[in-house]
Design a protein around this ligand. Structure first.
Ligand SMILES: C[S@@+](CC[C@H](N)C(=O)[O-])C[C@H]1O[C@@H](n2cnc3c(N)ncnc32)[C@H](O)[C@@H]1O
Length: 238
């Protein structure tokens, strides 16, 4: 693993105890809408009443896993197992305390401790930006998914043509968020990393092309809330 990748994971270890609190304040709770939408749309596209395995990569403190459980229950979908995988022990330890009934594993997105063709859904929420070997990770998602299985990504992608509202969100991300996040976590650098990593990240179109190259067919790609968050749902076709 590269030094840069270690540094990113170490940063998450440091902010882990305050991550959930900061997240609630900084997102104004809007992320709950995006998470529910991701789960509901994925279940509708998968069209199965019984799902054996959902894997949440870069699971952090486990919130997305809980959304999978709740939305499945609401839709009468039976889920065999939900596994969360993340290389940050700090984040996973918080997750284990919050959700003792879930399985967590410490691992990178590029080395998932799962058998070939074992998963129905692989999700990654606000995590793919931190995975430096992204193409390798997409290959790994493909390996562990069954044919027809889904990759579900939520991410703050960069828009190819920024709008006026884009300037407003950019001001919030660059000026406001590091101050509030820095205050709550006592780690300003970590919350300066967030806008920098978004601005240095690929556009929605580029990520779509990368997913196609990794053997997936796009089923649903849409940006929400003034294009802040983008949902990608793609299907394994080869
Ligand atoms: C912003 S948090 C998102 C956590 C959670 N998915 C959520 O929605 O709240 C990003 C997570 O990515 C993890 N991460 C960083 N590098 C990673 C990698 N190479 N592979 C997998 N996860 C990684 C971090 O440890 C951190 O928990």
């Amino acid at each position: 693993m590269s030094n840069k990748q270690y540094t990113i994971v170490e940063m998450f270890n440091q902010i882990a105890p305050t991550y959930d609190r900061a997240n609630r304040v900084l997102s104004f709770g809007v992320d709950t809408v995006w998470r529910k939408k991701a789960c509901n749309k994925s279940f509708a596209l998968l069209g199965e009443k019984k799902v054996n395995l959902i894997v949440d990569v870069a699971c952090g403190t486990g919130d997305m896993m809980e959304y999978w459980r709740r939305q499945a229950k609401a839709k009468g979908i039976e889920v065999g197992r939900i596994v969360g995988i993340d290389p940050s022990e700090g984040m996973v330890n918080v997750g284990r305390q919050k959700f003792p009934h879930f399985d967590f594993e410490i691992a990178y997105a590029t080395q998932l401790p799962l058998a070939d063709a074992s998963a129905d859904i692989v999700s990654i929420s606000y995590g793919i930006r931190n995975v430096l070997a992204r193409q390798e990770a997409f290959g790994e998602f493909n390996r562990v998914l069954k044919m027809g299985g889904l990759v579900v990504i939520l991410e703050f992608t960069r828009q190819a043509r920024p709008s006026i509202m884009g300037r407003v969100t950019s001001f919030y991300l660059n000026r406001v968020l590091p101050k509030i996040g820095g205050f709550i976590s006592r780690n300003k650098a970590a919350y300066e990393y967030l806008p920098n990593s978004i601005e240095g990240f690929v556009t929605t179109e580029t990520m779509r092309d990368e997913l196609i190259a990794a053997g997936f067919e796009p089923l649903y790609i849409r940006s929400f809330s003034m294009n802040i968050s983008t949902l990608f749902i793609v299907k394994k076709v080869r």
